[in-house]
Write a protein that binds this ligand. Structure first.
Ligand code: ATR
Length: 287
């Protein structure tokens, strides 16, 4: 029997700051074992000032590449020596694949948002995106590709204006919800389980709003998902999006098809959630 890990074991992982909340190692590793991949997936907490050194060092060390999360997605875009079309379109990179002679930057968050919106089964013609960082850019791109008209609001207004010609003042977001079918939180607010970009009162106003997608996930409900559900709306947190983006990242990093159902099952399990009913919509084939 071969030892594991061994001298041939490949390294991949996720890099962010903070990273201790990440579920990715918990569901990637059992999925890698299940697929008999000789690889490990680890999480690295790296401050912005050290990000480039970290990536260059890991590349020299022979790692396969990394998922990239808050706050490095824009730095990863700059660092990539070649980029996929989607990464170029969004201006943000959440997967770096180390290749001979360069680093490929991709954006699998776009795929994740599209799948997560699809699972909400909402007939949306327009959407309000809160946030204009890496996740906000991915959300805007994904929704636009789905044929949904997007308006952006962001605490720092000029970043919203850079991203979309349709914007709403950050302070007006509570009243604006009534004008949209779908709301997507792409800020990091709620990650610590405290605070919400909108409270229940914003969801209880009579209007068009049908559903809420929060890119943030926690073991329990995020404050935003809780408020939306309490007001009778459909709502999902970022766990399904995380799994779908991970599936696309798996293909890029390992050049192999992931077992998406396993990734999803393990993500749910390690998030401490009851297994999903077998008839949930998806997973669909990737690419
Ligand atoms: P990511 O890659 O996950 O999008 P990011 O690029 O650091 O991370 O972007 C974080 C987003 O969350 C930004 O839109 C940020 O707003 P600013 O552009 O004004 O910084 C938003 N954000 C973070 N903390 C926030 C807070 N307390 N209130 C409102 N927005 C916040």
């Amino acid at each position: 029997m071969q030892a594991f890990p061994n001298a041939e074991t490949r390294l991949l992982g996720v890099v962010g700051h903070p990273i201790s909340h990440s579920l990715s190692p918990a569901f990637w590793n059992p999925a890698l074992r299940q697929a008999n991949e000789n690889a490990v997936f680890l999480a690295f907490d790296v401050e912005p000032a050290s990000f480039t050194d970290f990536i260059n060092g890991m590349r020299t060390a022979g790692a396969c590449g990394f998922n990239v999360t808050v706050p490095h997605k824009l730095a990863a875009f700059e660092l990539a020596t070649e980029r996929t079309f989607v990464a170029d379109q969004t201006g943000a990179v959440n997967v770096l694949v180390f290749r001979e002679g360069g680093v490929l930057g991709s954006n699998t968050d776009v795929h994740g948002v599209k799948e997560a919106v699809g699972e909400l089964e909402v007939e949306a013609t327009n959407a309000l995106v809160l946030g204009a960082g890496g996740a906000g850019r991915a959300a805007v791109h994904a929704l636009t590709e789905l044929g949904i008209e997007v308006t952006v609001t962001n605490r720092t207004a000029n970043k919203a204006r850079e991203l979309s010609e349709r914007t709403v003042d950050w302070d007006a977001r509570h009243d604006a919800t009534v004008d949209f079918d779908l709301l997507v939180n792409a800020t990091s607010v709620g990650l610590d389980g405290r605070g919400s970009v909108l409270d229940q009162a914003a969801f209880e106003k009579a209007g068009k709003l049908q559903a809420v997608l929060d890119v943030v996930y926690r073991p329990d409900e995020t404050p935003l998902v809780h408020a939306a559900r309490a007001a009778g709306l459909k709502a999902a947190d970022g766990l399904a999006m995380l799994v779908h983006q991970a599936g696309a990242a798996y293909e890029l990093l390992l050049n192999a098809k992931p077992q998406l159902e396993r990734l999803r099952e393990y993500a749910w399990q390690y998030a401490g959630r009851p297994p999903e009913p077998k008839d949930y919509r998806g997973p669909k084939p990737l690419i």
